[in-house]
Design a protein around this ligand. Structure first.
Ligand code: FDA
Length: 282
């Protein structure tokens, strides 16, 4: 029996068709999307190639159906852990195909700190030839302010998030107030000097602080976008859009949803209650 119903709030479906249908509903509400084909830590080349092929098909379908969406990829799903050169070749293929779309942008998600350096190196390598690609910076990592400075100097389009992986205290802050402070300092740098940053958070304090900062500095809403996850604070997403802010929803899909779902459950107690509730209201 499929237990997908448990993850349904956070995962748009198991197929491209289901995912695009969810995105069209978001589009109708004035939101754009970034589609993520779920899967990470692929350990063989065949599987990495299959992931690339799904993204190529997805890009064609986005174009054909004129859906307002771009894509997010995880390098370990494209074989980073087994063959770095192959992974670079696959990201290149995807980035070139995406360049034909109305929204040509390709986001490289940031994974655990074991992959930070390699991910940023691959980003820089591809960005040298393709401007339509951008990385993610995690506010909890102690190295991030220095990484961000370099990315701003490169003119990279950055998504800023808190960070979702369990990391040792040697590499990551653990205190939420410290993470928030770090997030806000980097958000200010991106808003003032970055290229169309993605402010990815559901944290009300940060959302308000970003709106106030932008207003105070005369930074118009078309210079950045808020980003939130599918199924998390959907009313707030719509409210921000109604206020004139650009809002992009991160929309995961595919059959490998368990690890993504686990991270959402670990983040907030309410999410765990929601999943438990689904068991009884199926
Ligand atoms: P967090 O969960 O810390 O909540 C803080 C506060 O926000 C709460 O106390 C409450 O005030 C408010 N809040 C949150 N959820 C709420 C709800 N449902 N209802 C009401 N209030 C709520 N991570 C990563 O490591 N690599 C990546 O590439 C990405 N990519 C990414 C893209 C996008 C679009 C998003 C939104 C997030 C990511 N992340 C990520 C995940 C990110 O690092 C982080 O783990 C989660 O966003 C959780 O942190 P938040 O800042 O959203 O709020």
């Amino acid at each position: 029996m499929s237990v997908f119903f448990l993850a349904k709030r956070f995962v748009a479906g198991e197929t491209i068709t289901a995912a695009l249908s969810a995105v069209r509903e978001l589009n109708a509400a004035g939101l754009t999307a970034s589609l993520d084909f779920l899967g990470e830590n692929v350990t063989n080349q065949e599987e990495a190639k299959r992931t690339r092929d799904v993204y190529l098909r997805l890009l064609d379908e986005i174009a054909r159906t004129r859906t307002r969406a771009n894509i997010s990829v995880k390098l370990t799903a494209l074989g980073l852990a087994c063959d770095k050169n192959l992974c670079v070749a696959y990201v290149n293929d995807i980035t070139e195909r995406a360049a034909r779309n109305a929204d040509p942008f390709v986001r490289i998600d940031m994974e655990s700190s074991a992959f930070t350096q390699k991910t940023l190196e691959i980003f820089e390598q591809i960005h040298a030839d393709h401007a339509n690609i951008g990385p993610v910076i995690q506010a909890y990592l102690k190295r991030s302010p220095a990484d961000l400075q370099r990315l701003i100097d490169l003119g990279a389009r950055v998504r800023l998030c808190k960070g979702a992986y369990r990391e040792p205290s040697a590499v990551a802050h653990r205190d939420m107030n410290v993470i928030r402070r770090s997030y806000m300092l980097m958000a200010q740098a991106l808003l003032s000097r970055g290229v169309y940053p993605g402010i990815a958070t559901h944290d009300e304090r940060l959302i308000r602080a970003v709106c106030s900062y932008a207003c105070e500095k005369g930074i118009l809403p078309d210079r950045f976008e808020f980003q939130m996850l599918y199924g998390v604070r959907p009313k707030r997403q719509r409210m921000l859009a109604a206020q004139g802010y650009a809002v992009r929803v991160y929309v995961p899909f595919g059959t490998h949803w368990a690890e993504y779902f686990r991270r959402r459950i670990m983040e907030r107690r309410e999410n765990a209650f929601f999943a438990l509730w689904s068991l009884f209201t199926k």
